[in-house]
Design a protein around this ligand. Structure first.
Ligand code: ARG
Length: 281
């Protein structure tokens, strides 16, 4: 007989453990939508920088409240997309890889992010081929999942693997609305992901199903508010508040969703993860 007053203990696999993280973010002081390099950007849409800064600051304080360390990178005038710090590169242990951008509009960011890496004591490494940092390179445990098809060049993947000394799994993106891997796939902990299958080629979908049989499959309604563009500490998953279906899936899987409103930054085609570069120990 079960006692209905006593909640059943969660199965061991559902006990989620948070880990204190270190993030870097760039204040959207010079944010604008002045050019369109992804389908989310419409130069006719007005942008309110004051709102963007307030939403960004709420994200920053959310991380701090969850016990994480956040470093703020100086924004540079004339680089309106610099707020999407995830694209600045990839920093793990003693290695800092700096981004090489697909579009000329963002090329100047490489120097700004390289300077920030140098200020931390790294000697930033460049790749020969295009890599848009943690927009397309997501660490799961000891493996990097690497997107290609729109931004990062597939030929940069072996360069990334060699520099970081970790295996890289190349995944093809096929829908221009999900142009970076972090718009279509979320890393929740060292072995758990969520993804939106239609954003991937059939081969990539099979690879993901084989590697992550317990992956959370997210619905279109959530994917189309960039609901997968999240930052997780292993327990708390900071995600766009509009992704309510995904939030319910996360709760059912033992995570704690923390919704934030980044509607102003969605106008540039980014959300929570895009605004956050994780520095891995
Ligand atoms: N406007 C930026 C671009 O198109 C948005 C980048 C979003 N970043 C991301 N990690 N998905 O490059």
């Amino acid at each position: 007989m079960t006692d209905s007053h006593v909640a059943a203990p969660a199965p061991a696999t559902l006990v989620r453990t948070p880990r204190a993280r270190r993030y870097a973010m760039t204040r959207p002081e010079f944010f604008a939508v002045e050019y369109a390099i992804n389908p989310w950007m419409d130069i006719a849409t007005p942008v309110d920088v004051g709102v963007a800064v307030a939403q960004w600051d709420a994200l920053r304080t959310t991380y701090v409240r969850l016990g994480h360390r956040v470093e703020v990178i100086e924004p540079v005038p004339g680089l309106p997309d610099m707020v999407y710090a995830a694209n600045g590169g990839f920093v793990a242990r003693d290695v800092a890889i700096v981004a090489r951008f697909r579009f000329a509009e963002r090329a100047g960011e490489s120097r700004a992010y390289a300077e920030w890496m140098s200020s931390l004591g790294y000697r930033p490494v460049s790749t020969r081929h295009i890599n848009e940092g943690q927009g397309d390179l997501l660490l799961v445990g000891e493996t990097v999942l690497a997107g290609y098809g729109f931004r990062t060049d597939r030929r940069a993947h072996p360069e990334i693997s060699a520099a970081l000394r970790v295996p890289v799994v190349s995944l093809e993106l096929v829908d221009p609305r999900f142009y970076h891997l972090d718009t279509a796939l979320a890393v929740l902990d060292d072995r758990t992901i969520a993804f939106y299958p239609p954003a991937f080629s059939a081969a990539a979908q099979h690879q993901l199903q084989a590697l992550f049989p317990d992956a959370i499959v997210v619905a279109s309604a959530d994917a189309f508010v960039l609901g997968l563009n999240v930052v997780s500490d292993g327990l708390h998953v900071v995600l766009p508040a509009a992704a309510t279906g995904f939030a319910a899936q996360l709760r059912a899987a033992g995570f704690e969703p923390v919704g934030v409103d980044l509607s102003e930054l969605l106008k540039g085609g980014g959300s929570v993860k895009c605004c956050t570069l994780e520095v891995f120990p």
